[in-house]
Every structure is written in structure tokens, then in C-alpha cells.
Design a protein around this ligand. Sequence first.
Ligand code: CUA
Length: 157
Amino acid sequence: MNIHTYEKVWIVASMVLIVGFIATITYGAVGPGIAMIDDDGGDINPDKINDDERFAEPGVEHVGGNEYEVTVVAQAWSYTPSEIEIPANSEVTFYVTSRDVTHSFSVVGTNVNTMVVPGQVSEMTAKFDEPDEYGILCNEYCGEFHHTMEGKLNVVP
Ligand code: CUA
């Protein structure tokens, strides 16, 4: 191989990478487990969240067996509750809504990643097998302190 052949190989390789990235972004949103289209948990009046059965006291509820429901209210610039604790080997359904503007609820390192729109409830289910600690981040720009909006998910033994 001479130098030109190497160059060609690298050009092709980088083009494959670029196409790969675009494909990931385009098709990632409809891939398995990523809840962008199938996360409709119904409507809610954002002014009456405190009167809503599910969201008046957001948090973790054991619904039987290894199943848990977690309700979360997003608002600028925090989540309520800010820290979630669930046991390992559990199946968790998250219900998340917003009190004000559009946020996201993204559990870093998992497929739980959804927009949180005022007036709507985002719903998604995920399994947590091993004890671990996950950060929760807001991926939608929501104002001055967007970058400080975070939470924690602890999967405990
Ligand atoms: Cu909430 Cu960005």
C-alpha cells in the first residue's frame, strides 16, 4: 500500500462513520426501547398537577411482584423527586410530566430518554437488573439553568 491508498481508506472509513452517525440519529429515535413515539401516558392539566392522583405526591410506588411505578414532575430546573431509589431486578414504569416548559427525562446509560411536555404524561418502562447509580439529565434546553437540571436513580441491591 502506498500513501494514497491509506488516504482513500481513511476517507471511506470517515464517510462510513458520518453516515453511521446520521443513521443513528435518524433511526435511533424509533429503535427498540427508546421512547420518543410510544411514550404517550395521556394528558394532564399542567396547572392542576398537585390535584392529580398520580402526581400529587410524585415518587416510587411498588405495584406488585418486581414492578414499580415512578412518577416524576419536571420543572425549571429540577425533578421532583430529585432522587429515585428502586431495587435491582425490577421493572419500572416512569410517568413524567412538566409543570412549566418542555424538558426531557433522560436516564444516562439507559434507553429511558423522553421529552417531557407540559400537558402530557410521558410513559416508559425499563428493566434494572443490577445495582447501579444513574444520572438523570434534561436534554431539552429549558432556560438559564438548564445545564443544572439533574436527578439521580439509584438501583440498590
Ligand atoms: Cu429542563 Cu433543560
